[in-house]
Ligand binder design. Sequence first.
Ligand code: NAD
Length: 395
Amino acid sequence: MSNAINYPLDRKLRMALVGGAGAAFIGRVHATAAQLDGRAELVAGVLSSNPEKARLAAPSFGIADARAYGSVGEMIESELALPEDQRIDFVSIATPNFTHYEIARASLEAGFDVFCDKPMTTTVQDADELVSVVEKTGAVFVLTHNYTGYPMIRQAREMVANGDIGEIQAVRSNYIQGWMCGLKPDPNPPRGGWKTDPAKAGSGSLGDVGTHAYNLICYVTGLTATEVSASLRTYQPGGQLDDYGQATIAFGDSQLGTITFSQISHGRLNDLSLEVDGTKGALLWRQEQPNELTVRRTGQATQIYERHPPAAYMNGSGRNACRIAGGHPEGFFEAFANIYNAGFDDIIRRASGGVCDKKTCYPNVYDGAAGVRFVQACQTSSNERGCWKSLLQLM
Ligand SMILES: NC(=O)c1ccc[n+]([C@@H]2O[C@H](COP(=O)([O-])OP(=O)(O)OC[C@H]3O[C@@H](n4cnc5c(N)ncnc54)[C@H](O)[C@@H]3O)[C@@H](O)[C@H]2O)c1
């Protein structure tokens, strides 16, 4: 058996996971989502920056001792030494922001495809460098902006593209959390301690959740953001990074967008919302009720589109993103798995000599670079009391 992948898939893709040990959040989600549809198997990993903890965590992910590595360098060297029909196909990166660049670059240059969490890097320079590496290697690079995988978001995107709500005029997205309320200083938190360290996180609520809102706006509307004016605040006593902020986004001289991101709003969990105002109607979606899409048209009763694959109102994009019948809630894992599936399709297509229009399949390295540029532009704008900053070129 060779390492070749035939289309349709005749074997499972072999996955390596970086991050996920201990109480880590998103590593376990990557492992679950990637394997949800039986198209990949987790066979290797570097689950922690601490080699001992990395190896100890491996059995709980089903990774054999021999492929539980203590560092990314060791993993790459050992995997490249394996016969091709055993070697990993892709690396999933679920580690703190400041580590993404080095891990992604090393993995791509070793010939592996990459699924990386957001924000892609902590500097625009590193983001642009990763774009070059992806272009040079031709590898598949997927950024897990997982909210774009929800069926009703895919439905909304196709409705907007079809003109169902007319010409877009304005768009609003908020990502409101409250986990910082009452947070006590802890020198050894069980997880996520890096999130409040400027050198390790690069930004606070802006990069952590604001980038999801920005990506969602761009994904659903298909508009190109040109400029941003932002104000960031730090309300948490002793905090060094933004924990609240808002950004106004211009799409050329026409449409306007706004984003509010918060981690200091009492009682709020993961309230990501998106509203799109068109000339013929308006859409509203909320991540905490992801199986519904609200459609409003002046003079008509408000319509709630439920995720229900056979319904005539469901379009192809929405229907194809569903797994089970309506009324049985689909959620975070399934949306995340839809991002993985789009990446797998592209890995297989590329292995079969095909070409993929990456802009339409999944959030890619260009979306990652756009997110990092958004973060930098918002920080610069806020430092200059909200001056408009270009999102189109390096500042
Ligand atoms: N897509 C999403 O919805 C989503 C949600 C949460 C976090 N994230 C992103 O995922 C990343 C991880 O966030 P988290 O909340 O899971 O963090 P976390 O602190 O809970 O977990 C980080 C994990 O990475 C491991 N780690 C750290 N450095 C490592 C290294 N060099 N090699 C191997 N393992 C290493 C840690 O031991 C830990 O297991 C961040 O970039 C974050 O922004 C994305």
